[in-house]
Write a protein that binds this ligand. Structure first.
Ligand code: NAP
Length: 253
């Protein structure tokens, strides 16, 4: 099916990588359901999206099943079908054990991993009749660890396991499920991380030094990879993950 007949749900679409993904799908002619918890940012983003194509804004929390099931129903009702799900919404709740609380663990896993599970659970019945694609935004943290990030890393590694098993379980329905593992990408989430450091400029110099391409990623770099994995050009790619990190994780630094 050509991109301009398709309907995509993008979670965390109000900023950063999700905003770029929604924009990229609209530019390709798809209709987009933009889902986010930040109502002000979502409103502002949707004003920009409307100049590019057909979009509906849905406010909600990916970790709340009632929000997810209502969002999927609304998308099917208002946009007529669902072809693509991009599980992008994510948060980073850093901290080291033993001081990391159970509540922090539940929030971290609840948004990043349970959110992806809930959206897949409710979208798959809509894809089953005609096939479709799910793209999960994991992270290089799924296989490269940094101090004080156990719960985030576990959530992102869990997304890869979810990706593989959903690809196995639903391949016979023509549903492809893949993941993208971004490295450092210039988004509000990265700004928040830099703001927690004593010397953000020094940290940024260190980050750039481990990027063979000499730069960090832009949200559009991830959006282009998502569009590819969701397209017919990726018709035989399923259960896979694509690292998009400017070769950062090739280095032993
Ligand atoms: P971002 O700039 O923080 O944007 C994420 C958006 O998702 C925000 O609008 C956020 O709202 C929303 N969101 C958070 N929790 C939500 C929930 N429970 N339900 C619905 N929406 C929710 O993040 P980003 O950097 O674009 O990251 C997007 C994804 O890429 C995440 O899964 C992240 O883990 C992954 N990733 C990012 C990087 C990077 O370097 N930026 C690298 C690897 C992977 P609030 O701002 O109100 O929370």
């Amino acid at each position: 099916m050509p991109p301009n007949d398709r309907v995509a749900i993008v979670t965390g679409a109000a900023k950063g990588i999700g905003e770029a993904i929604a924009t990229r799908f609209l530019e390709a002619g798809s209709a987009v359901a933009a889902f986010d918890i930040d109502s002000a940012a979502l409103k502002a983003a949707v004003e920009r999206f409307r100049q590019k194509g057909r979009v509906i804004a849905i406010e909600g929390d990916v970790a709340r099943e009632e929000d997810v099931s209502a969002a999927v129903r609304r998308t099917a009702d208002e946009l007529g079908r669902i072809d693509v799900l991009v599980n992008n919404a994510g948060i980073e709740v850093p901290g080291r054990l033993p001081d990391y609380s159970s509540a922090d663990w539940d929030r971290q896993i609840g948004v990043n991993l349970k959110g992806a599970f809930l959206f897949a659970k409710h979208v798959i019945p809509h894809l089953a009749g005609h096939g479709g694609a799910i793209v999960n935004i994991s992270s290089v943290h799924a296989f490269v660890s940094y101090p004080g990030n156990a719960a985030y890393d576990a959530s992102k590694a869990g997304m890869l396991a979810l990706t593989r098993t959903l690809a196995l379980d639903h391949g016979a329905d023509g549903i492809r499920v893949n993941a993208i593992c971004p490295g450092y990408i210039d988004t509000p989430m990265m700004d928040e991380w830099l703001a927690t450091l004593e010397d953000p400029d020094a940290a940024m110099r260190q980050v750039l030094a481990v990027h063979p391409l000499g730069r960090i990623g832009k949200p559009r770099d991830i959006a282009d990879a998502v569009l590819f994995l969701a397209s017919e050009s990726a018709a035989f790619i399923s259960g896979a993950f694509l690292v998009v990190d400017g070769a950062m994780t090739t280095s032993g630094h």
